[in-house]
Ligand binder design. Structure first.
Ligand SMILES: Cc1cc2nc3c(=O)[nH]c(=O)nc-3n(C[C@H](O)[C@H](O)[C@H](O)COP(=O)(O)OP(=O)(O)OC[C@H]3O[C@@H](n4cnc5c(N)ncnc54)[C@H](O)[C@@H]3O)c2cc1C
Length: 322
């Protein structure tokens, strides 16, 4: 059994389709006979090749200009879902994904399942896996067949693999008038400055926790990451303490990462942190407490003070790199 039609809400990162969009398209191919995308923004043609290469037949598009997308775009998606009979609509867990999916839920009179990490078919219904209690329990919920399944998917839940398909056909969709709900405008956009690779896509991640001792201690993380060409991450403790921005937080309420190497400096390994990094290929942890939970999952654990272990490590790498 397969679903007839799945719609993936596409978003961009810079000028390209976001990795999360390509991950959802890849998974949707397994679930449905027909997969399309919906893109709200200008220049859908610029991402049509990438969307098509990952499985989208069509990309329906609207451009809401400088209007806050939530209300008008949700109305456009709802009209399309009604007209075309999509069985499921997949969104990535992003600010716009949350906004549009919630409003679509009201319009389509169908619930949203958020935080999905797995999707499968249960007969002719869509079954969704979510994790609870810091990733220790998996919950499977199925939408009743016949209802529109609306799902918010966590990035990095599936690999993004091209299908070899050609560019998706770009089709303009109608943007309904939603009255006063369409009035909020975006006045300015700020792109966060990024040094080094992106946390979610990096091959190597170096993360720091409260064991660094102070905001200045994060320099150890930055120096090590700089030498390794790694992205920097953090535990929530030091995000809450204001040492680093939230965009660096790894874990249940932060980002999910899956690098080849994850290096944790002074992080205890609370469940809520581990759920965001436990699928890393190799985990290296430096912690002065031999009982720290992170050492139980580490492939290489160093029991020691980060301030004593990491500086000589940095010097040794510098010497090796010449
Ligand atoms: C609903 C909810 C959601 C949450 N979401 C997240 C999330 O997304 N991400 C997240 O990270 N947390 C999250 N948390 C918080 C989580 O429970 C932990 O409190 C947090 O991860 C702890 O951060 P930490 O390991 O840096 O600090 P601590 O738990 O304080 O650990 C510090 C570690 O550093 C070690 N240490 C101390 N000094 C040194 C030194 N000099 N050298 C080496 N090691 C040293 C200590 O032995 C200790 O193991 C969440 C909590 C809740 C309730």
């Amino acid at each position: 059994m397969a679903l007839d039609k799945v719609l993936v809400y596409a978003e961009t990162e810079g000028d390209a389709a976001s990795t999360a969009t390509l991950e959802m398209l890849t998974k949707a191919r397994e679930l449905a006979g027909s997969v399309d995308a919906f893109y709200a923004g200008p220049h859908a043609d610029a991402i049509a090749a990438d969307l098509g290469a990952h499985g989208a037949g069509k990309v329906h598009t609207v451009d809401a200009g400088d209007a806050l997308p939530g209300a008008p775009v949700a109305a456009a998606v709802a009209d399309l879902v009604g007209a075309e009979g999509y069985n499921a609509v997949l969104f990535a867990t992003t600010y716009d994904g949350r906004d549009v999916s919630g409003r679509l839920s009201v319009r389509a009179d169908s619930p949203v399942i958020s935080n999905a990490v797995g999707l499968a078919l249960d007969g002719d219904a869509l079954s969704v896996e979510t994790v609870i209690f810091g990733g220790t329990k998996v919950v499977r919920s199925a939408f009743r067949s016949g209802s529109v399944a609306i799902v918010l998917v966590r990035p990095k839940s599936f690999p993004a693999e091209p299908s070899g398909g050609g560019a998706a056909e770009v089709v303009s969709a109608a943007l309904p008038d939603v009255g006063a709900a369409g009035n909020p405008k975006i006045l300015a956009k700020h792109v966060e400055e990024l040094e080094g690779p992106k946390l979610e896509d990096a091959d190597i991640v170096v993360s720091g926790g409260r064991g660094l001792g102070s905001a200045d201690g994060f320099k150890l993380v930055e120096d090590l990451a700089g030498l390794l060409g790694a992205a920097t991450g953090a535990s929530r403790a030091i995000v809450d303490a204001g040492w680093v921005p939230y965009s660096k937080q790894v874990g249940q309420t932060g980002k999910t990462v899956k690098p080849n190497v994850y290096i944790a400096l002074g992080i205890s390994g609370a469940m809520q942190h581990m759920v965001g990094m436990k699928n890393s290929k190799i985990i290296i942890a430096i912690n002065k407490d031999p009982e720290a939970p992170i050492l139980a999952v580490a492939d290489l654990g160093v029991v020691g003070d980060v301030h004593k272990v990491v500086p000589p490590l940095i010097e040794a790498i510098k010497a090796k790199q010449g």
